[in-house]
Design a protein around this ligand. Sequence first.
Ligand SMILES: [Zn+2]
Length: 310
Amino acid sequence: MNYLWQIHLIYGVGLFVVGTVVGSFLNVCIYRIPWEKSVIWPGSHCFRCLHAIESRDNVPIFGWLFLRGACRNCRAPISIRYPAIELLVGLLFLGVYLVDGVLPREYVRDDLTLMMKVLYHVILVALLVAVTFIDADLTIVPASITNLGIVLGLAIGAAFPEIRPEPSHASTHLGGLWVGLKGLFVGAALIGTIRTLGTIAFRREAMGIGDIHILAMIGAFLGWQVAAVTPFLAACVGLVPALWKLTIFLAKWISGRKYNSSDREIPFGPYLSVAALILMMAWPWAWPGALKFYFDTFSMLFWFVLGQDG
Ligand SMILES: [Zn+2]
């Protein structure tokens, strides 16, 4: 009798629960870090009556459900975004476990490697979720988060050089550090280039410095190949809301109603984050399945053009 699925179930559910608790902490970070407030003190409280949230109401997802979305003291509504982010992070943690632990194609050397791989990926999930919601709310990317991410990506990647995805594996600590640094520089340089070209073409700032930091962090974690693909996938992800806006515009135009365009700049950071998460989850299949071919072809052309055949 094989008990493997029971073990997977316990770890999977465990990671989901841990994810909701981390999501609860990220809610605090998302509201406080932009204002440079402490994320530890004071505890959570109602925004209207300042009544402290009791620990029995502070249980992720369920606390909000028990309170039916309102403060226990003054019945002021509590945004559904709180339990939604807790659920989202729980599901992403579960997804990381499925991709790393349950469906792996590559041979995982031992349990410590798997554990570190899962930890490495859930740390990136937490950082990207925090950055995404702050960027979406305020169009700022706190450097305190991305700098922490870059340090963690480089340090853990150097300590456990084999946990990065193919072909960013390394066998030595120095090799792991080098892979992370290459990813950091490619990520930063790529957004820097797009930003410069865009600024020249559109005569206004095309992308923020924050986007450079986000892709540098992604590169430090996942290697330069992932960093190179992320902006292109992000542009595709960004098409979905753009097409949605266009549909509304056309519908209103056809029906003769006035279209009140919100001129608010749509930040690119959230799309970078979503693209990086998709790539992180899909990479074990996308790389050998398709992407490796494109990278090989591109590098062959590159060296051919430079006249250094091979
Ligand atoms: Zn209240």
